[in-house]
Design a protein around this ligand. Structure first.
Ligand code: HEM
Length: 140
């Protein structure tokens, strides 16, 4: 059962990360679309569906199954898990930030530039690399 749950955890992780890497990219292009234009309205639908249909459910499953694995596996005392946990909390904070930006764009109230979103796009990547190194290599 543990291995089936771990497989479910990794599948949910892949969906969550795919959305976290794609959403800021949509924001980069959305910055070029005039408010009220057909293009801007299309980006709003794409962002909302990506967030509500993929990113949010995938994050919930990742957290729920991950916490269960940590509990039954007694991993919460391991150094690698504690560092991983901090990085995942940071990833969840970025999730919250991106979710609020979907709201800004949906109300045509985005204040940030395409270059800002290009840089933000790298943050989940860096966190992802750190998390996978912690859980696979377990350096401490
Ligand atoms: C949301 C909070 C998370 C918790 C509480 C959590 C917890 C865990 C636990 C306890 C395991 C099982 C370790 C084992 O059986 O050896 C695991 C496996 C794994 N986690 Fe997470 N995780 C979380 C999020 C993530 C994220 C965001 C990623 C990637 C970006 C990730 C990637 C993985 C991978 C690749 C494995 C399989 C490791 C292996 O089989 O050796 N996890 N996770």
């Amino acid at each position: 059962m543990y291995l089936w749950l771990k497989a479910l955890h990794v599948v949910a992780v892949i969906a969550w990360m795919a959305g976290m890497l794609y959403l800021p990219r949509l924001f980069v292009y959305h910055c070029d679309a005039a408010p009220g234009s057909v293009q801007s309205e299309t980006f709003k639908v794409m962002e909302r569906r990506l967030l509500r249909g993929i990113i949010n459910p995938a994050m919930i499953v990742t957290w729920a199954v991950g916490l269960y694995l940590a509990w039954v596996g007694h991993w919460y005392t391991a150094g690698w898990f504690q560092v991983k946990f901090v990085l995942v909390v940071l990833m969840s904070a970025v999730h919250g930030f991106l979710s609020a930006r979907v709201g800004d764009f949906s109300l045509d109230r985005n204040q940030r530039s395409r270059n800002f979103y290009r840089i933000i796009n790298e943050v989940p990547t860096v966190l992802l690399i750190g998390i996978v190194i912690m859980v696979i290599v377990r350096p401490f």
